[in-house]
Design a protein around this ligand. Structure first.
Ligand code: 3PG
Length: 393
């Protein structure tokens, strides 16, 4: 068990360096499209503010190469101001005298949001000098940036080694919920995987398979599994490498005696006379491109979910961003939401699908992480968590 902010002695008057994940999705005009990652962070910020801490919040936004005004944290400062009127300031830098002066003038229970930490190349290099600069800003380090806990960066790892540290509520909840679901699952436990790349999910599938009763696979990666099983997939997305990964997963699942359920029909399209033709088929061949699971597969998956007491879902089951191919993903999202099973949904795309299907509130745990969630599901070590001291030291 990692030390949490509740385990910290008084934080009144203390400068807390809070690493949050405010990497919010944006549309092509640079407008923020979803603020869940800010609202999920509010309990930790409130806890610290109410106890009189000086809360210095640091986050990245996007993957900038140097300073890029389109990825400034300023719009996020405006969002925070709505929740904490009169308490939020913004620093145009992350380190340096200007930031130090602002911190020196902070009153207890106030918030300072720093600029995008990835404007500094030293961040991703986990540069020791940069980490030291960050550490010089605060008395205590709190990591609540679950979404970026798999990165060994200066603000997620380097600085944590230089200060007394703890995790925040969001991080604590993610670790406890996901670990508990894998180590002590409610049975029958159904795991559903989708998305494009088998290789990104191998560890998660095999780790979950240790405790799951059945693994359902849809989305683009299902085509690699179908090829590995000797079926044709037409021109659907798959390559030699992904098929080899699928073969490996199938062999290991077989050895573990675990059931793997693959799609039995598909919504596919072809291009004829420059026109796209969409249809349902059980066999993908020739020029056909699979883009969603078909009605029989939806029913098959729904029956498994109805029977489950726990469901973990990661990755969309088709090209859900195109309305012709969103039925499979949305129907499964709704089935999970309405089922009796304890449900966990992780990964940016599946979470966004759940949101579009309007069933967010009926899912028990929506993970804020993408890569980090997959690594935790895969039983892998996350540097941003490992670096935090244990509760009882
Ligand atoms: C995410 O959105 O998954 C996290 O914020 C991590 O972002 P990154 O993949 O750019 O490190």
């Amino acid at each position: 068990m990692k030390r949490s902010i509740k385990d910290l002695a008084s934080v009144e008057g203390k400068r807390i360096f809070l690493r949050a994940d405010f990497n919010l999705p944006m549309d092509r005009f640079g407008r923020i499209t979803d603020t869940t990652r800010v609202t999920s962070e509010l309990p930790t910020i409130r806890y610290l503010v109410e106890r009189g801490a000086k809360v210095i919040i640091c986050s990245h936004l996007g993957r900038p190469k140097g300073f890029d005004f389109r990825l400034s944290m300023w719009p996020i400062a405006l969002i925070l101001m709505r929740y904490f009127p009169g308490k939020v300031q913004f620093a145009h830098k992350v380190i340096g005298q200007e930031v130090k002066d602002r911190i020196a003038n902070m009153s207890n229970g106030s918030i300072l949001l720093l600029e995008n930490v990835r404007f500094y190349k030293e961040e991703e290099e986990n540069d020791p000098g940069f980490a030291k600069e960050l550490a010089s800003l605060a008395d205590i380090y709190v990591n609540d940036a679950f979404g970026v806990a798999h990165r060994k960066h200066a603000s997620t790892y380097g600085v944590a080694r230089l200060l007394p540290n703890a995790i925040g509520f969001l991080m604590e909840n993610e670790i406890q919920t996901i670990t508990e679901a894998i180590q002590n699952p409610k049975k029958p436990f159904v795991a559903i995987f989708g998305g494009a790349k088998v290789q990104d999910k191998i560890k998660a599938i095999l780790n979950i398979a240790k405790s799951a009763d059945v693994i359902l696979v849809g989305g683009a990666m299902a085509y690699s599994f179908l090829i590995a099983r000797g079926e044709t997939v037409g021109r659907s997305m798959a390559n030699t490498e992904s098929v080899a990964y699928a073969e490996q997963v199938m062999a290991e699942l077989k050895e573990m005696g675990k059931r793997l359920v693959l799609p039995v029909d598909h919504v596919a399209y072809t291009f004829g006379d420059r026109k796209e033709k969409t249809f349902v088929t059980e066999i993908l061949s020739g020029e056909m491109v699979g883009a969603d699971i078909g009605p029989k597969t939806i029913k098959l998956f729904e029956d498994e979910i109805k029977n489950a007491r726990q469901v973990i879902w990661n990755g969309p089951l088709g090209k859900y961003e195109d309305e012709k191919f969103q039925k499979g993903t949305f129907e499964i999202a709704k089935e999970i939401a309405h089922s009796q099973a304890y449900s966990i949904v992780g990964g940016g795309d599946s979470v966004s699908a759940v949101k579009q299907a309007k069933c967010m509130r009926m899912i028990n745990h929506i993970s804020t992480g993408g890569g980090a969630t997959l690594k935790l599901l895969g039983g892998e070590n996350l540097p941003g968590i490992d670096v935090i001291q244990e509760k009882y030291l």
